[in-house]
Design a binder for this molecule. Structure first.
Ligand code: SAM
Length: 208
């Protein structure tokens, strides 16, 4: 699994890696643009909203929101990714922090209209993802929503099918969302929808 140093090294090549995988419509990034656009369009429904981006990377999604007048806070543990994103969003509040330690103190009492995360939470185990999502819920305004775009499948069978099709380059160190399994745990705690966007990706919309 990539650690902070791994992401630091990947930072300058990241956008190109995504482009190649996205354009070939293969795992892991098939549907990437559509997934980010879906989240972008949802957040744009509110004018000048307060947004928290978890694992913003080079800021592909959040910089577009920033340019459209939204107020951006973000968390990422890679200093190199932060440097690239901060150059695009000089006034954004970008915090260097490892989310495996939960929510940083700087934002624990804040409220957001939208919490977004794209292609970052699969670095957490399924158990840690559930705990983390539960920690994010109190940070939402009453009408606020969490939008998670990531490598994700409706069922475990769908995931296994993709694993077989992607033999040779499937990353065994990552933990991909299975919507049915997440729903069976979080369904009683919050409202959770899954929108499948590609054969290996989709968007979760979560509200209190
Ligand atoms: C695959 S990139 C996705 C970047 C961007 N959101 C996108 O959609 O292109 C994953 C990002 O999550 C960050 N990340 C991964 N694990 C993390 C952790 N435990 N704590 C904080 N950031 C993390 C990485 O540094 C990287 O910037």
């Amino acid at each position: 699994m990539l650690n902070k140093q791994g992401f630091d090294l990947w930072a300058n090549e990241y956008d190109q890696t995504v482009k190649v995988s996205e354009e070939s419509n293969v795992y892991p990034f098939a549907g990437y643009k559509k997934i980010l656009n879906t989240i972008f369009n949802e957040v744009m429904q509110t004018v000048q909203s307060k947004v928290l981006d978890i694992g913003f990377g080079t800021g592909v999604l959040t910089s577009k929101l920033y340019e459209n007048g939204h107020q951006i806070d973000g968390i990422d543990f890679s200093g190199e990714m932060i440097a690239i994103a901060q150059a695009k969003m000089p006034l954004a509040n970008l915090i260097e922090w490892d989310i495996s330690n939960g929510i940083p103190n700087e934002i624990i009492t804040k409220k957001y209209d939208a919490i977004v995360s794209s292609y970052a939470l699969h670095h957490l185990t399924d158990e840690a993802k559930i705990t983390f999502i539960q920690q994010l819920l109190p940070l939402l305004n009453d009408d606020g929503k969490i939008f998670i775009g990531d490598i994700a499948f409706q069922t475990r069978e769908d995931l296994e099918k993709c694993r077989k099709e992607s033999a040779g380059y499937w990353d065994e160190d990552e933990f991909y969302f299975v919507a049915d399994e997440i729903h069976s745990v979080l369904g009683d705690v919050c409202t959770l929808e899954f929108h499948r966007i590609s054969h290996c990706g989709g968007v979760f919309v979560i509200s209190k």
